[in-house]
Design a protein around this ligand. Structure first.
Ligand SMILES: [Fe+2]
Ligand SMILES: [Fe+2]
Ligand SMILES: [Fe+2]
Length: 429
């Protein structure tokens, strides 16, 4: 598989760039009107920050904040609304993004840039008079976000540039900081600026512009938890799902003889297995009735996206396979690759069982916990149909109490974190 060729020889750490870059792009795949939005915002913001003389570290932080800018958006409706130049939206998504990102210690600053990215320049000065500090970076992100929105449309970008500048100028000193507008106007004099933004080479251009740090395996685990929260917390129904899957996968790996290094990677894969759901809006995740074909197909694509996001990340071993193949089945009846017992490794088989087991047993509002006998009955049937692996299900049966207990504890902790975030959000709004 391609990702193996990407491995950086002699390095154990995992580069942050491709992981963030690919995840952020998946966020913009839900609708064609979102195309490349986060990439475009990051291009504009980084260029402005550079021309304003920001340090390399500050530029890196602005870049990450731009790629994660609307990470806190829950519904597609809200996301599309934000693509209007004058959206009548609250900053709820900015606060939600802040609450999620601040949990990852290296992202403290980035979280606060995102928290204020819809604060208008003049309004921000008033807030500062009252003692609230609005990071200057938030104003850069605000302007970059709005410019990226004005780019959309069919008109040739070079013809449109003048109009965009005029529109931004109209709001200078009110919505946008004059000194940032000045830097933008200077940048925009070069055709290159506009052409880069709509160029099919934008990913390459961005990756040549900036380098991000590498993550140790411990940081990769923490970062995976962050990504899983971003996705799982889009719905009450899924809030603790990946925590359950990660714990079950880790335990099954341990009991089935994986080395410590391997079962830690299995745990990370568990946290990452559903990250492709970043492109599934919560209206669909939470829909009570039957899904339309369109909605069903969108959900069905999630494990494909998980795989495609992860396969471009070097030094993560089997994680793309373990995470991305969790809906594949041994008899070839799974999706999206229709792999079968010839190609599904033990780690992928474990992940499939961990996912099904967690889905069956996890709490739903108004639903009692499903007892052990019934749960095992469902899993054994799937083994008989040659969908799930007999040894993995056998191991789960043997250590059921221990695995189930640890799964429940991990899920309870995730739910507590989710409820805390909800409470804090209410206070911020
Ligand atoms: Fe936003
Ligand atoms: Fe899934
Ligand atoms: Fe799942």
């Amino acid at each position: 598989m391609a990702y193996l060729e990407n491995d950086v020889k002699g390095r154990e750490e995992v580069p942050l760039f491709p992981l963030i870059f690919r995840f952020s792009q998946a966020m913009d795949c839900t609708s064609s009107s979102l195309n490349n939005h986060h990439w475009q915002v990051s291009y504009i913001a980084v260029n402005i920050a550079r021309d304003m003389g920001f340090s390399q570290e500050q530029i890196e932080q602005i870049f990450i904040a731009a790629l994660f800018l609307d990470i806190g958006t829950i519904t597609l409706k809200e996301r599309l609304k934000l693509m209007e130049f004058d959206p009548e939206v609250s900053s709820e998504h900015a606060f939600w993004g802040y609450l999620l990102l601040r949990k990852f210690p290296p992202f403290q600053n980035i979280a606060s840039f995102i928290k204020y990215h819809h604060v208008l320049w003049r309004e921000g000065r008033g807030m500062e008079d009252e003692g609230e500090r609005i990071p200057f970076e938030s104003h850069i992100l605000h302007l970059s976000d709005r410019i990226a929105i004005l780019i959309k449309g069919k008109q040739n970008i070079l013809a449109k540039g003048k109009e965009i500048i005029e529109k931004i100028r109209m709001h200078e000193g009110k919505r946008f900081a004059p000194e940032i507008v000045e830097v933008f106007v200077n940048l925009s004099q070069k055709e290159k600026f506009w052409l880069d933004l709509v160029s099919p080479y934008l990913p390459e251009i961005l990756s040549n512009m900036i380098e991000l740090p590498y993550l140790s395996k411990k940081q990769l685990l923490e970062f995976s938890i962050l990504l899983s929260r971003i996705v799982d917390f889009k719905s009450t129904y899924t809030a603790s799902h990946s925590s359950g899957v990660a714990t079950v996968a880790e335990m099954l790996g341990r009991f089935m003889g994986f080395s410590e290094k391997e079962y830690q990677l299995l745990k990370i894969a568990g946290y990452l297995h559903d990250i492709g759901k970043i492109m599934v809006p919560s209206e669909i995740l939470e829909k009570p009735g039957k899904l339309t074909d369109y909605e069903f197909n969108l959900i069905k694509a999630h494990s494909y996206y998980t795989f495609r996001i992860l396969e471009g990340v070097p030094n993560i071993g089997q994680i793309p396979h373990w995470a991305g193949f969790h809906h594949e089945r041994l008899d070839g009846s799974g999706y999206p690759f229709h792999l079968d017992s010839d190609s599904l490794t033990l780690g992928s088989r474990i992940m499939a069982v961990a996912d099904v087991f967690t889905a069956i047993t996890e709490g739903r509002p108004y639903r009692e916990e499903i007892p052990r006998d019934r749960t095992m009955g469902i899993l054994v049937k799937l083994v008989q149909k040659s969908a799930l692996d007999a040894n993995v299900v056998g191991t789960l049966q043997e250590f059921y109490e221990e695995i189930n207990y640890l799964k429940n504890s991990a899920q309870a902790a995730a739910i507590k974190e989710y409820m805390d975030c909800k409470k804090r959000l209410k206070k911020l709004i």
